[in-house]
Design a binder for this molecule. Sequence first.
Ligand SMILES: *[C@@H]1O[C@H](CO)[C@@H](O)[C@H](O)[C@H]1NC(C)=O
Ligand SMILES: *[C@@H]1O[C@H](CO)[C@@H](O)[C@H](O)[C@H]1NC(C)=O
Length: 683
Amino acid sequence: MNLKYIPCLIALIVCVHCKSPYKICVPAQFLKDCEQMLEVETKSKATLECVAARDRMECLSYVQQRQADFVPVDPEDMYVASKIPNQDFVLFQEYRTDDEPDAEFRYQAVIVVHKDLPINSLDGLKGLKSCHTGVNRNVGYKIPLTMLMKRSVFPKMNDHTISPKENELKALSTFFKQSCIVGTWSPDPKTTSAWKQHYSQLCSLCQHPNKCDYPDDFSGYEGALKCLAHNGGEVAFTKVFYVHKFFGLALGTIPAHPSPEDPTNFRYLCVDGSKVPVGDKNPCSWAARPWQGLLGHNDVLAQLSPLREKIKQLSNAGASTKPSWFTNVLGLSEKIHHVADNIPIKPVDYLKKANYTEVIERGHGVPELVVRMCVTSSVALAKCRAMSVFAFSRDIRPILDCVQESSEKDCLRSVQDNGSDLAAVDDIRVAAAAKQYGLHPVFHEVYGEKKTPNYAVAVVKKGSTYTTIDDLRGKRSCHSSFGTFSGLHAPLFYLINKGKITSEPGQCVKKLSDFFSAGSCLPGVDKPENNPKGDDISMLKKQCASDNNPLKCLQEGRGDIAFVSSADLKDYDESQYELLCLNRESGGRDKLSNFETCNIVMAPSRTWLASKTSMSDVSIAHTPLSLAQLLDTRSDLFNIYGEFLKNNNVLFNNAAKGLATTEKFDFDKFKTIHDVISNCGLV
Ligand SMILES: *[C@@H]1O[C@H](CO)[C@@H](O)[C@H](O)[C@H]1NC(C)=O
Ligand SMILES: *[C@@H]1O[C@H](CO)[C@@H](O)[C@H](O)[C@H]1NC(C)=O
């Protein structure tokens, strides 16, 4: 045998995965980081391969289907994983802290009280002054609520006339005398401030009761203890680690240190009502948050050691410099990068031993409130269901349910008949849909960096002199396609509304052509379905070239004004073009980036409609809006605006950047516009 093959042979024997690498799943946005990670030299010769998926949710299916071998996850993802049918996931490594490398859990929720507090059961917490980390957080909010709602003395939270979140706030404010629960109570700022007024006792124990938001001296893990020790609080919900820190007690690898606080004045309150000194080795905890870790399919267990070794070495390699793959790809962080091997365990068992399943599944009492989204395809149904499990795992309520109908019309009818609660409509059809089915808008998509609706805008060249619509009579116009809001409906409505042209059924397009008498380019105007009577529309095609692009039309001097959507402005050069502010009485011009204040009219976004008779809009919108808010900075977890199973614009448009309540939406204006263009016979 040729000697030079021997090393290869040895390599093959020692390390099967030198030939077939371990496939780590990574959200597509972090693929580059993953590839950089592959360059890192380690002693381990196990090799990794990066498999890109849409996001962490898709990574879970990739692992289940063996397209990838493992993925770093949070406990909430383990919950989602455990709900996938026919899965065989195992958690095989945990990410711990250097401070507590041997701790079983990331943190344990505890209740701290004054040592002389005269109570002997959890029921005795009623009427006390309570200190919390902040709204929606684990140990300061979710865990206490999960625990308290089991007690019969705790107020019921299943009043369906108000949202689940408001039920929680109402129950807490009834149960406790005063509290400090800072934060964003609702994804809708108006609702948050209304609730903070209404349930002001929940803020009265804060440093800044009127703000009731971060930063507040009496919020957070340590702040809750400060609130207890120095602001009249009688009970604090926090975690063991910060109890030790606050009172200067040793923990894990951290030695005791001087503290002005006296631990002997305080006790942990146990679920059975007994008390244990703070700092005790066995704090009575009610639930814990498990560590993050690596989740693989069952087959990785056959070759686990080389992979585990490789991950540990990568963690060590990145620990000092924290390259971007450290966080984005492996899911490690400044504090949490001690990689520990655990006995491989199913995600469901891992969560159970921390009592964390109960926390995730926390409800509000039967019947649980459910919001039903209507969808029109099986892909949308799959996405809706994925969103439902994801939102549920992140403590977002009401529960999302999904109903499939065969068309947009059927969905609208379903909402009208209380077969579902929400249906989506695009474009100006939203006005007709609302009217025809007696529905109203609840939330809509927003777009662009500034997260606004789109606007119909009028673009002109810098250096031209037009400032009002009258200056454009007899000039040349370029439009985005026939049937679009910005290209046709908005300019028509504008001209008719201002009395510049008259509205006659079937004649509006012709009048538009007369107004821009030097010729236009309105792409699609000559399609038979757009011109059934075969009218002479040659002037509206006169300025078109092969590409039908309104920007080109302006650039090549074929037009004097372009009617487009603000969504298209990213292609326009700000040094060459400006907006004509037709929405202002006096006209005028402004920079392209000021389309929110200088436009023709707001364009209807994709909008979700609800029936007037169903539950409150705050309840209906809460789940989608909370989801959008959570994922705003974490599209790596679930990219709900990305393509889904290779389909575009599923449930939401790919171009969407967020969701917003429709109060700022000028819906009456859309109705007026719809009436005008419908009178023209165009919708
Ligand atoms: C889980 O709940 C049980 C029963 O209430 C409790 O004894 C135990 O300490 C809890 N586990 C954790 C990790 O908090
Ligand atoms: C609508 O349907 C839901 C689910 O079937 C039901 O619980 C609710 O009472 C209905 N609402 C009305 C107003 O009929």
